[in-house]
Design a protein around this ligand. Structure first.
Ligand SMILES: Cc1cc2nc3c(=O)[nH]c(=O)nc-3n(C[C@H](O)[C@H](O)[C@H](O)COP(=O)(O)OP(=O)(O)OC[C@H]3O[C@@H](n4cnc5c(N)ncnc54)[C@H](O)[C@@H]3O)c2cc1C
Length: 231
């Protein structure tokens, strides 16, 4: 499905299957309470809200999410979040962020995969400082650097049970990696078909390119008319 949608410009967005919203939807479906689904998931699916997923940090290796340092500490009925993230995609547009926080003692008992909790943070919460969109390949982006400075959210914003954040991230990212590749394949097929169309119409040395049966377009999953004349 992702491959087919990626073939048409804007279709993935139209059908609401773009990162990071789609991955966040899957977390909310799996880990959200009925109230969280009502408040965050439904508006996200309907396109009324935008979201981001805030896990990677500049000071530790992103490829090892167990090493994240951002903390969330309970204070009464609130979580108090402090930390430094970057590459939070969609950060400039997001209404809320799902933030990976260390809620358990880093040296305490228990497996290293049970020390994180995902917490929903509305971006207009005091202490959420969106520093900048980081340049990617020389261009400005909305993959944001964010500082969380004594950010307070109600404990109801915790997703799933305490310590389930690592598993939630893996659930989300595992499927997301496959979706990204499907998107790339769909975009590749569109580019290839456009190239074939262009080759059919382009005049070179007073004539069209010669038919070449080795040059064919069309994705196996997308019906396309891309064929060289006579091929
Ligand atoms: C366009 C873009 C969008 C992103 N969006 C988001 C987002 O929305 N939310 C979010 O939280 N993050 C996001 N990220 C961050 C992304 O998840 C991280 O970049 C990724 O996890 C890698 O982490 P790192 O950049 O810290 O690299 P590192 O973990 O420092 O890795 C650097 C290099 O070292 C290699 N390496 C690491 N450890 C080892 C090892 N033990 N042995 C051998 N080689 C190793 C890696 O393979 C890599 O080549 C985004 C990144 C990009 C580029």
């Amino acid at each position: 499905m992702n491959e087919v949608l990626a073939y048409a410009v804007g279709a993935a967005s139209l059908f609401g299957v773009v990162a990071p919203n789609s991955g966040n939807q899957s977390i909310l479906v799996e880990y959200g309470t009925a109230e969280q689904k009502e408040k965050w998931l439904i508006p996200l699916i309907e396109g009324q809200l935008q979201s981001g997923f805030s896990m990677t940090e500049p000071d530790v290796a992103g490829s090892d999410p167990r090493s994240m340092r951002t903390t969330a500490v309970r204070d009464g009925d609130e979580w108090v979040i402090n930390g430094h993230k970057w590459f939070t995609s969609n950060g400039l547009a997001a209404d809320f962020l799902i933030v990976t926080c260390r809620t358990e003692d880093p040296d305490g008992a228990g497996a290293s995969t049970t020390r994180m909790t995902q917490i929903i943070v509305p971006t207009d919460t005091p202490g959420v400082n969106i520093v900048r969109g980081i340049n990617v390949w020389g261009r400005r982006s909305d993959h944001c650097e964010i500082i969380y400075d004594d950010v307070r959210v109600p404990v109801e914003n915790q997703l799933g049970r305490r310590g389930s954040g690592h598993q939630a991230a893996q659930d989300r990212l595992g499927a997301g990696r496959v979706f990204h590749r499907m998107n790339s394949i769909g975009q590749m097929w569109r580019s290839f078909d456009l190239m074939v169309e262009r080759a059919k119409e382009r005049e070179v040395h007073g004539g069209y390119s010669r038919p070449n049966s080795s040059c064919r377009g069309s994705s196996p999953t997308v019906t396309s008319t891309s064929r060289l004349p006579g091929s």
